[in-house]
Every structure is written in C-alpha cells, then in structure tokens.
Design a protein. Sequence first.
Lengths: 111, 115
Amino acid sequence: RKEVEQDPGPFNVPEGATVAFNCTYSNSASQSFFWYRQDCRKEPKLLMSVYSSGNEDGRFTAQLNRASQYISLLIRDSKLSDSATYLCVVNEGDSSYKLIFGSGTRLLVRP
Amino acid sequence: DTGVSQDPRHKITKRGQNVTFRCDPISEHNRLYWYRQTLGQGPEFLTYFQNEAQLEKSRLLSDRFSAERPKGSFSTLEIQRTEQGDSAMYLCASSLWTSGQETQYFGPGTRLLVL
C-alpha cells in the first residue's frame, strides 16, 4: 500500500464547477498535512497547509479527518487557471522534515 | 528573485558520465532538501541538510549519489556513473525550521536525461 494515495484523475470540469479531491495516508503518526499544486513541468508550490479544524483560503477549503486518515481539498467556482496537478502531502510520522507526496490528482477545467 | 534557484535547469548526459547539480536556497533558510520526481509520480525524498550537516539519506540514494552543503548555504548533488534509470527531475527545497514548524519551498528543478 502506498503511504499517500490519491485518485490520479483526470477530473475534467467546466468553469464555475465545484470539485473535490480526496487523499488517504497510512501513517497514523503523521502530524503535518499539505496540498501542493504542480503545473506541467514546473515545481510544486504550496497551496495550503491542512489543519485539524479545517481551513479555508478563498475558493479552496481543506479538511482533515485523523480518525479515518483522510484529507480533502474542495475547489469552488473553478477557474481555467486551476488546471494543474494537486499533490497531497504528509510528513513521515514524528519527523517534521520528511514529506511524503502522493502521485497527484490532475484537474482540467474547461471553458 | 529571492526564491530557490537550481542550475542547470536541463542536463543531457551519456550513461556512465558524472553530473553535478547546484541548489541555492532562500537566504537564511537553515534546511535544504533534495527530491527526485519521475513522470506521473510525486517527488520522493532523497536527503536533507540542517545548515551544513547532512542528517538523513534515503535508501533511494545509492552510493553513486553524493550531496554536500559545505558552508550551510548552497548545496550540490553529484551523480557518478549515471544510469538511464537516473533520468528524472531533481528538485531542491528549502525551509526555515523553527520550533518544529516549517514550510518547504521548491526550486524549479533540474531535469536530467541519461542517454
């Protein structure tokens, strides 16, 4: 079993749609959770950290369910510029430094 | 631009050659990481430094790989006797670690193709 699992997609949605991505992780000791965005042939960029209470940043909402070891990302009012691969990231157990990346979920937003 | 920079951005080499990549972290970031990313996968941790000390190496990092951060600023990653399986994007990231909190910021990567 992969340490961080994501649906690879692609998710193909029209502009304005709401789309949700899910991610599961295997290490119950993980303490830090993130969503990174990666455009084609570019480096990953931090989209948002994920907190236990859930957090929102504009059109983006992240949720964490520690009991189920599940992380989600909701994008509302999708824009063409949201087209990218979204990487779910957790730290490895008690170590703050070692990040474990999922393989990513690809999003395509069409006009 | 005060972000993480990497050089070169692209490298094509023949199997068996040695290659060296450089990473310049964000100024004053005390941690520096190297990752490798292949097509369709997320980045995989290779090694990291806190200041000049290399604190962990992944088992992915064979003896042909060596990394240094001699003055606690820039870092180099060398691959000796390259193999076709080394073809990948090599990403560097840096962070300012304080009290257990950090966010890693990535450079643009060096894309390596071994022929």
